[in-house]
Design a protein around this ligand. Structure first.
Ligand SMILES: Nc1ncnc2c1ncn2[C@@H]1O[C@H](COP(=O)(O)OP(=O)(O)O)[C@@H](O)[C@H]1O
Ligand SMILES: [Mg+2]
Length: 340
């Protein structure tokens, strides 16, 4: 089988592969750039002289983190399926169209987000927090989850396989943290059970500013490999964790990031509208926020910008709040800051 062992981070191999697949003219030399930043995939920017610029992704079997962490590279095809669904569900321009996928080499290609663009996480860490971005980020999730719920008959079955959510989120975040923080084990195992039982709508599973590019002031969402039919409170908790951990990390902007978390929640609810599971969503989202705040300091994938002291402080804050979780997202934000 030609190119069965293709490694897209080797430009000569990639060029030969693309030529053979008829995706590159014989005499054409593309500009190739290996993109750093992801931990779970090889990601390469592929710009031919003619034709559209692509980003190619090939899943890694062993993730690029300190702790050993493995996952089936076939998950890149789940991401391709996610791209096909999300482009119909999300607001225009927020999802990159899929160009092609190749199951033999666990590869997908999507159209590149035009340059110039900036990674939202980098903007946030530089202190460039804009409420318009926060509201758009929340509306994007609320819109996807409302529309997916409306199309549940079709989508629940298409995204029923939760293998990658199990192996890339529940195990490394919650189960691993439960092993290392015994006082949180009961809380985290209950959260795992709730996440498995609440199969309500499409869940992105990696809803983080790191997976958002900003081009001409608009957000584009990337990285859909753990998408599944499940508990929307997970995405809310995962996203809020990023605002609250940055509130922790950047004391000068502590209130601004806590306000961003509240704005996120309110804008999300507005975009979500009336769904039958709206009633207990906030309580579940509070618990996933606590779970993710802890997992990002005591799981397999700790936030690199929090130093050991900050990690210990965040862990203690979460453990203090876990015994009787705050009744609302705004209360959670206030109490978390008060604990730091
Ligand atoms: N369609 C795209 N256009 C431009 N840049 C992209 C595109 N897809 C990915 N990237 C860049 O590659 C990085 C890693 O991609 P991502 O899908 O998040 O992979 P990983 O699963 O490894 O985190 C992104 O943060 C972004 O900078
Ligand atoms: Mg990513």
């Amino acid at each position: 089988m030609p190119h069965a062992d293709l490694d897209i981070e080797h430009p000569e191999e990639l060029i030969a592969y693309m030529r053979e697949a008829g995706r590159l003219e014989p005499g054409e030399t593309p500009r190739i750039e290996i993109l750093a930043g992801g931990v779970s995939n090889k990601t390469v920017f592929f710009e031919p002289e003619f034709g559209q610029t692509l980003v190619l992704k090939q899943a890694l079997a062993k993730l690029r983190v300190k702790a050993d962490w493995f996952s089936d590279p076939a998950r890149v095809h789940r991401e391709a399926e996610g791209l096909r669904a999300l482009i119909e569900l999300a607001p225009v321009g927020t999802i990159t169209p899929l160009a092609f996928e190749d199951e033999r080499v666990h590869l997908l290609a999507m159209y590149a987000v035009p340059k110039p663009h900036e990674n939202w996480k980098e903007l946030l860490l530089a202190g460039r927090l804009e409420s318009g971005h926060v509201a758009a980020f929340a509306e994007l999730l609320g819109t996807i989850q409302r529309r997916a719920h409306e199309r549940r008959e079709e989508l629940a079955a298409r995204f029923a396989d939760r293998r990658f959510f199990e192996s890339l989120r529940l195990e490394p975040y919650y189960a691993y943290a439960a092993e290392h923080v015994p006082e949180a084990a009961g809380f985290l195992h209950a959260l795992i059970a709730a996440a498995r039982a609440r199969t309500l709508t499409l869940v992105h599973g990696d809803y983080s500013p790191k997976n958002v590019l900003i081009h001409k002031g608009r957000l584009v969402l990337l990285d859909h490999e753990v998408i599944h039919w499940g508990d929307p409170a997970f995405d809310i908790g995962f996203a809020l964790t990023h605002f609250l951990s940055k509130a922790h990390h950047l004391p000068a902007q502590r209130t601004a990031f806590a306000d961003a978390a509240i704005l996120f929640w309110n804008s999300y609810l507005e975009a979500l509208g009336e769904v039958p599971w709206r009633g207990d969503l906030e309580a579940c989202a509070v618990r996933h926020t606590l779970g993710c705040l802890l997992a990002r300091v005591a799981g397999r994938s700790p936030l690199e910008y929090l130093n050991p002291d900050a990690r210990a402080r965040q862990r203690a804050a979460v453990c203090a709040l876990m015994t009787s979780p705050p009744p609302s997202i705004p209360a959670l934000c206030g109490e978390f800051l008060a604990q730091l």
